[in-house]
Structures are given as structure tokens and as C-alpha cells.
Design a protein around this ligand. Sequence first.
Ligand code: SF4
Length: 449
Amino acid sequence: MTISDRKISPEKHRKNFADIKPALSESAAIVEAGRCLFCYDAPCTDICPTHIDVPGFIKKIMTGNYLGSAKTILTENILGESCGRACPVEVLCEGACVMNDKDEMPIKIGQLQRFSTEWRRNNNKNVFDVPQSNGKSVGLIGAGPASLSCAAYLKLNGYDTMIYEAEKLPGGLDAFGVADYKLTLQSVLDEIEMIKDIGVEIQTETKVGEDISFDELLKKHDALFIGIGLGRTRSLEIPGSRLNRVRDTIDFIKEYKMNPAGETAIGKHIAVIGGGNTSVDAATAAVRLGAETVTILYRRSESEMPAFTHEYEHAKADGVIYKWLANPVEFLGDTDVEAVKCVRMELGEPDESGRRQPIEVPGSEFTIPADMVFLALGQVADEAFINSIPGVGISHGRIIADPKNGKTSNPRIFAGGDVVHGAMEVVNAVQAGKLAAVEIADFLSNGEN
Ligand code: SF4
């Protein structure tokens, strides 16, 4: 902590990180459900990566069958509660809602999903009957959304499941990669309790390759699923990148989510490097924690920015400053970072991907003050770990697996989620885990892959 660091009071923290979309009351949920047209071939269901029967669960809210509504959601998306809060509904179900074509507000599908799933939890109701064990066992590596989903659906089909997680707490990016005002750590842990109640076992603080080997796992289990996500933020090798307070964005988000309210110190001037959704989550959190200025530096222009438009608008509304076509070339400071030296860019010709490539403008260097820097340059997988998985192919640092079913080149090992398809949403990882569960069950009953 340096002299310029500040902390806000626990009360202010709670206020600043209050739900961005507050929970609907029962009467508000019924009124909102009543607006739905219950479309045939509903586009909201079609666009949802897990294909939740949206009109089906909304109709059950209308008739007061809240448990049935939760069951409809959880049958397709076991993490339906966190997805109801953290999914980018603006570009998924709500973006596809036919109400948009009528110039009316789309149905609040995410908040209705949250209503039903929270009702189930608050009323301590089970929605699933768990069958007896069929004696076959699956080990899952990593306790993020893909493994949680795969394990839950396998368990609901009679398979014993054990998840191995290196961290102290399960949840992966669902727990630690999403801003607190969208999804709290506690609500993710509560949702995982439901999965544990089904009978999924989770062994935390267990590193595969150190605490248990792949050989042991393959002896202990009939099949394995790898759902380790992407391990770390891409580094930026420029002078000064080893200075204190140049930080990995995910580590920062994880730290403030785990700390009690009012316990996270933040610098005065923050620079966030990168233009994606994670940079927005870090920048808005820094503002809410009390930073004086927060600047996102992106080396391309506004039209190439990877963040969703609604996230960008949210960051601007929070007072985050954007500097487009700004490429960091050096972090300045003695031991702690004090400033970021950037060079202006201009956009050249498109490359083979069709994106216009940024080119440095000679002599255009400028400096912005920054006593804390967050790197949000996308995440990369742990290549050394992937290389240690027996008989599994690797490409561009990720596991080669069939996205339709998680099959890898090792017939007993399956994989899904970000470690296969790269960084996507929690809901995509849930679907990948669900599809792999179907394939693993098929393999274990028919003995073929
Ligand atoms: Fe209801 Fe909109 Fe889905 Fe139609 S598209 S079923 S109106 S939520």
C-alpha cells in the first residue's frame, strides 16, 4: 500500500457494489412474466447456448409454479442462477426477444431466471431426484463452470463424480472473474452447494500433477474431464512490466471479491490495459473502490473494441476514461509503477483476419500517471499442464477436443470450456460440460468413444 492508496468504508463498499439489476419482487416477477408472448420457436431459447425453455419457465412463474420454473431452468443450465445474473442477456436472450421488434422493452429474462432459481434456494427445495450410483466414476479437473455442469449432469445420471480443484474455493471464473455488482462470490458458492447436495464431490487445494498424478486419476476413475479454463492473463513484456503494482486483472478482481467490504486498498490513478469485458469489470470496480481516475488504454479504435457495447456504456457511465489508439510501451517508476508511457497508433491495412492493424505514429509518445496498472490482455491456458495430459492433442495452447461432445484423442479423457474454445461466457462453458456429460455417459455405458 502506498501513501496515495485509499479505502472506502464497508457501508460505502456495500452501496457501490449493490446489485446492478436488483432482484424482482414476487409481484413484479408475475407482472413481467405476464408480458411474455410465449412465442412458438422462441428466439430467446434458440439463442441461449444452453437452450433453456424460456417461455416454459416464464409461464410457470405466471401460474405460481416457481419450483417447476426453477426445474425447467436447471435441467438445461445447472448454473442458471449465476447465469441469470451474469449472462450478457443484452446480446443473448433479451437481445433476441421479439419485443425489441415491437419497440418495446424486451422481457427481463435474466431477472426472471434469477427470481425462480433464488426462490428455490431461499425455500431450500430440491428439484432433482438423484438415482442410485451405477458404480462408474468420473474425475473432473478444475471446479469452474464446465466441470460443475459436467459433474452435475453425470451425477443425475447415476455416475459418481469427484472434482479436483487447485484453489481453496470452487467456482473458477464464475466465482472470481465477474464484477461483484453483477454476481457475488457468496451467491456462486451457494449455487455450488446445490451441486454438492446432488452428490458431486469437490476436493479443493488439490493440484493434479503435484498432489495426484494423471496415472492415479486414470486408475481411480473410468473417465476424466478437463475443465481447467484459462489459467493466467497474457503478459506484456515491455520495460517496467516487473514493477510493483503492475497486476493481473483477474488477481485484482479475485482479491476484492474475497476481501471483506472496505478492506481493499486502491491506488489514486489506475490504468487498465486492454479493451475487453474483463477490463471493464476491473475499471468499474476500481472506480467503485475509490480511485480518482481510471483510464482504459486500448491500442485499436472504438469500433474494434472487443467489449460488449452495454459494458462499454456502463464503464463510461461510471466515469471510466477511454484512450483509443494508445499503445503502452513502458511502465515508469523506481520500485512501484508511477506512470505509463504510450505511443499513439493509427490503423493500417486489414490482415488476413480482416482486422485493421495498428501502426505506431513516430514521435507521438505521451505519458499518463498511474500508481496501479491492471493487465487485461486476455487469458491463456497453462500450456505446461496441458502438455502433461497423456495422449491429448494441443493447438494454439489449448486442448484439441470436439466442441460438440468434448472428445479428445485419448478415449478416456474429455475436455470442455475455455481450455478448448478460448475465453467465452460462463453459459458457454456450462453447455460444453453438459454436452461432454452426455458423451461420457455414452462412452461408459457402451464402452466406445
Ligand atoms: Fe417471451 Fe420474448 Fe422469448 Fe417471445 S422472445 S418467448 S416474448 S421472452
